[in-house]
Design a protein around this ligand. Structure first.
Ligand SMILES: [Zn+2]
Length: 415
């Protein structure tokens, strides 16, 4: 990868470094927590504007309402922001799916709102997760589209507004797009030392709602059915699953129930998160959670309902993914970056793409840390370095210097 086309792309990225940083500052200045619909809509507009001039067709799609169970155990439906899709279709050519999200974990009234530079770091909400990644994506695609290799490969950018709440509305769009492409790139930040995420565990969330019967604690205690005690039994039963199977962890994380001490409580709510490394383990733990529900539900006077399931299937290290990581490593060598990866317990939309059969590297955004907290930062030089890495990968694929991990069966019927 010594041809002038690669060096020209790197130079163009370097020359625009100031513009890229200021684009990121603009994006990070938009308050866009997943449930702040006005904010995430404004962010979607700004993100779409970022990609103008690249020859892609841009569409905005409305997502269905998001169903969830609130902290009192009541089902509620909430709106989501729009999904942004940019498509550069090249008939007959292989194609890349690039995924990022426009939402952050910070609610509209969160105190962490400022964006500021501190030496080599930019601090602010979403600078690493994932707004920096959007700029990396744009800069890499621009390098491809401005090169002589433009039009050799197709691409599609999908920007979802609900990643930080588990992509409840955008999961079908991710799945559908994943099946139309040959390779996926997701722009989550890498680990703070620049290491990429390799295999990822799967994740599921459940909410259990316990209904008992209220009674006066003094006069009619025997008539009551204590929902808080039922919830406690359930939690103990679920916690006992830890350590039974390697790689499976359960975390009862939220509990609410009861009220005045002279009343037997009739309602309690428990939320839990589960992490697994394989689909078989996921099936096992889902069966165990249902068995625990049945046990606690069995005594007369109790009703226990369960909501939720796996939103992120496990992402194992497959041979196709191994090939893709090796390709990224080679691109790293070409741009003077050491590329390494390691398994992680975290998960992201890369899990969903993998479940749809699309090999993908999911931490090609900026290098940063402190994500999901007011300490979030990104390393300013990583903006250009990651763009150069991804541009090299795209150019390499377009030029045929890099093999596709999962070459699509092309065209006998298309001619
Ligand atoms: Zn993210």
């Amino acid at each position: 990868m010594k041809e002038p086309v690669y060096a020209a792309a790197r130079e163009a990225i370097d020359e625009r470094a100031h513009q890229s940083l200021s684009d990121l500052e603009t994006l990070a200045g938009i308050n866009s927590g997943s449930r702040n619909i006005a904010g995430v809509t404004a962010m979607s507009d700004a993100a779409a504007a970022l990609f103008t001039g690249l020859g892609a067709e841009c569409t905005r799609e409305t997502l269905p309402q998001w169903e969830r169970v609130d902290d009192d155990g009541e089902a509620v439906a909430e709106p989501l922001g729009p999904l942004v899709r940019l498509r550069r279709h090249v008939p007959g050519a292989p194609s890349v799916l690039l995924v990022g999200h426009t939402d952050t974990v910070f609610p509209a009234d969160h105190p962490f709102q400022q964006v500021w530079r501190e030496g080599e770091r930019l601090r602010g909400p979403g600078v690493a997760d994932l707004k920096g990644g959007l700029v990396v994506m744009r800069d890499a695609l621009r390098a491809l589209e401005e090169s002589e290799l433009a039009g050799r490969i197709g691409w599609e950018v999908l920007l979802n507004p609900d990643e930080e709440i588990g992509s409840p509305g955008s999961a079908p769009a991710l799945d559908e797009a994943a099946r139309r492409h040959d390779l996926g790139l997701v722009f989550e930040p890498s680990l703070p030392d620049g290491t990429l995420a390799g295999a990822r565990r799967g994740s599921g969330n459940w909410t259990a709602v316990f209904h008992g019967r209220a009674a006066h604690a003094g006069r009619e205690h025997h008539l009551g059915r204590n929902a808080v005690v039922a919830a406690a039994r359930f939690i103990a039963r679920i916690d006992a699953l830890n350590g039974v199977r390697d790689g499976v962890t359960v975390n009862p994380a939220f509990v609410r129930g009861g009220g005045p001490t002279n009343v037997v409580p009739d309602r309690a709510v428990v939320r839990l998160n589960v992490r697994v490394t394989s689909t078989a383990d996921g099936d096992w733990v889902a069966r165990e959670i249902e068995a625990a529900r049945r046990e606690v539900d069995a005594p007369p006077g109790y009703v226990v309902t369960l909501h939720g399931g796996f939103s992120r299937p496990p992402k194992p290290m497959t041979p196709a993914l191994e090939t893709l990581f090796e390709a990224v490593r080679r691109c790293g060598e070409a741009v003077g970056e050491e590329v390494s990866w390691q398994a992680t317990g975290g998960c992201c939309d890369g899990n969903n793409l993998a479940a749809a059969g699309l090999p993908n590297v999911d931490t090609l955004g900026v290098v940063g840390g402190g994500i999901h907290s007011a300490d979030e930062y990104m390393e300013i030089p990583s903006l250009g370095r990651r763009a150069a890495l991804v541009a090299t990968l795209l150019l390499g694929l377009a030029r045929g210097d890099i093999d596709w991990p999962n070459v699509r069966e092309t065209g006998t019927e298309e001619g």
